[in-house]
Design a protein around this ligand. Structure first.
Ligand SMILES: C[S@@+](CC[C@H](N)C(=O)[O-])C[C@H]1O[C@@H](n2cnc3c(N)ncnc32)[C@H](O)[C@@H]1O
Length: 231
């Protein structure tokens, strides 16, 4: 069901986290700062060992619960972050008719941690509808793969913080080695889950995950309307 993760992912993190991932980590931090949820509780979905998550963000919450089936990820997270989540070890079930209905209705802010671009789902339409139905009144955010490929980077200097569709994202690609005969770029389904509708904010950044491979990440967040106390 998921194309990456497990021991392979931790080995990759061990190898490239310091040398290559710091720009991505800073971009995630800026994205989470812009989201700025007010809830004191947080639900994480697929955080792995929290390689992308800043301690400064996690420490804002009194309570964190996390869906993560990988025991290595849970162990490394607990050892490297100041905050230990309450783990839901079975993982999140994405295959049902209305998967987002399983989220606890506890008012927690919800963060999909580069998960939605990784899962294989039977119907984008069904998941989109489920997300819209159950997250309408919640604070939530997701960062996920939009495009990925070897030997490419993305020119994001003039990119506006608004929803971009695939043709626009393709314009941002540049090929590192201009004499390379061809490069293959993969488009992930996760950006199709979100449109330019009201109340959603977007950010784009790149994650050079290995010296060869770079991902374009789409970040989207939603802040529930805050009811103002009339008194
Ligand atoms: C490639 S990692 C995502 C990157 C990671 N969040 C980070 O920023 O470093 C995908 C994670 O999703 C987890 N995962 C896989 N299936 C899951 C599920 N059904 N529910 C929750 N997490 C899941 C994997 O164990 C893995 O840790």
């Amino acid at each position: 069901m998921i194309r990456s993760g497990g021991v392979f992912y931790h080995l990759r993190a061990l190898r490239f986290k310091r040398a290559l991932w710091s720009d991505h980590q800073r971009s995630v931090e800026a994205f989470l700062d812009a989201w700025n949820p007010k809830s004191k509780a947080l639900t994480l979905i697929g955080p792995s060992a929290g390689y992308s998550l800043p301690d400064r963000f996690l420490s804002r919450f009194e309570r964190i619960q996390a869906y993560e089936p990988d025991p290595w990820a849970r162990m490394i997270f607990d050892q490297t972050h100041g905050k230990r989540p309450m783990w839901i070890k079975s993982g999140f079930r994405f295959l049902g008719a209305d998967p987002i209905s399983q989220l606890p209705r506890d008012g927690s802010a919800v963060l999909f941690c580069n998960m939605l671009g990784q899962i294989e789902i039977p119907s984008t339409h069904r998941l989109k509808k489920s997300l819209e139905t159950h997250l309408r009144d919640r604070e939530w955010a997701s960062y996920h793969d939009a495009l990925s490929g070897d030997g490419i980077e993305f020119d994001l200097e003039d990119v506006r913080p608004e929803k971009a569709l695939l043709p626009k994202m393709k314009e941002w690609i540049y090929v590192r080695n201009r004499v390379a005969p061809e490069v293959e770029v993969n488009a992930h389904h996760a950006p199709d889950l979100f449109d330019g509708g009201e109340g959603l904010s977007y950010r784009y950044w790149q994650w050079r995950i290995t010296p060869k491979q770079t991902h374009l990440i789409e970040g989207v967040f939603h802040n529930a309307r805050i009811e103002l106390d009339p008194s």
